[in-house]
Design a protein around this ligand. Sequence first.
Ligand code: CP
Length: 353
Amino acid sequence: MEAKHLIDLDQLSPGELDEIIRLAQKIHSNPSAYMDRCHGRIMATLFYEPSTRTQMSFQTAMLRLGGQIIGFDNPSNSSVSKGESLQDTVRIVSGYADILVIRNPLEGSAYAASLYSRCPVINAGDGGHLHPTQTLTDVVTLSMELGRLDHLTIGLCGDMKNGRTVHSLIKCLSKYPGNRFVMISTPELRIPEYIEDVLRESGCTYEFRDTLEEAIGELDVLYMTRIQGERFASRAEYERQKGVYILDTQRLKLAKPTLKILHPLPRVDEIEQEVDYDPRAKYFEQAEYGMYARMALILKMIGQKYPPAKKIENEQGGHCTNPRCVTQSEGYLPKLYCEHGDVKECRYCNAKI
Ligand code: CP
């Protein structure tokens, strides 16, 4: 694999992504053949934000590969609580471990970590920005359950604005031919501008709908999401949005018999528990496929070691004003940008500059 770190699934070529999917399928069908592949290796999981699936599936993946794990799942039990910077934490832990998995509420934090790490960094979710290994989980699930990633009508429902899993999934599936996206949300929770730019540039068909009922019958895949209460400016704003979209057995009657229902989980109230017993519900299988996806990714990435970081100078015009960007709170980070056509984006969080 060419990428030194996995911050965004875009870093993988379609061939590399396909290789990881196929490896995950092979591990799924014969896990015992892989049980010693990471013997003597250590994975560090630095979780600054709560997680059940991502953290535990990464840890289980490493243990099932014969490796060992270190890390924290609550920064207040680490020296972060004494004011240690992200940079220093990463410099230290990447000296101990062979691979580093990081989740942090600040957008662009995984990219920031990669600038100082001496081993591969995997982004396990950076605020509302990206969640590439969830997308890997999602595409492994679709490959296992549908046998293809193209020519699908994909409905995405709920919090399209703050749902990083949706952003990563759209970026990935818009590269496959014939896919059509139906986004079901309130106007306030629509996808961010840069994700709509991705869709526009990909040439895929996409549309916005107000209700689940008007879209569900057309879909091959329904990707439900939670309204992300923790990312709202106020409780009142969250209360206005929650409970708008609920998948229940009545609405499911309008769907194709071949529909696959996915959800990155955790759910709150957006899928009724009765739906769990419908054979079209695949979200629990999806969480398990995530472990195989992460086993495959670890095998592809582990083994590289990098020299200590060199100083990076600021780039003129790289100052980001996104209040949720990691550069706002980790003030030592160099100001960096990338260009998307004639638009400048923050190199960390992709906000337009
Ligand atoms: N899907 C997902 O990221 O779940 P966790 O927050 O439990 O890791």
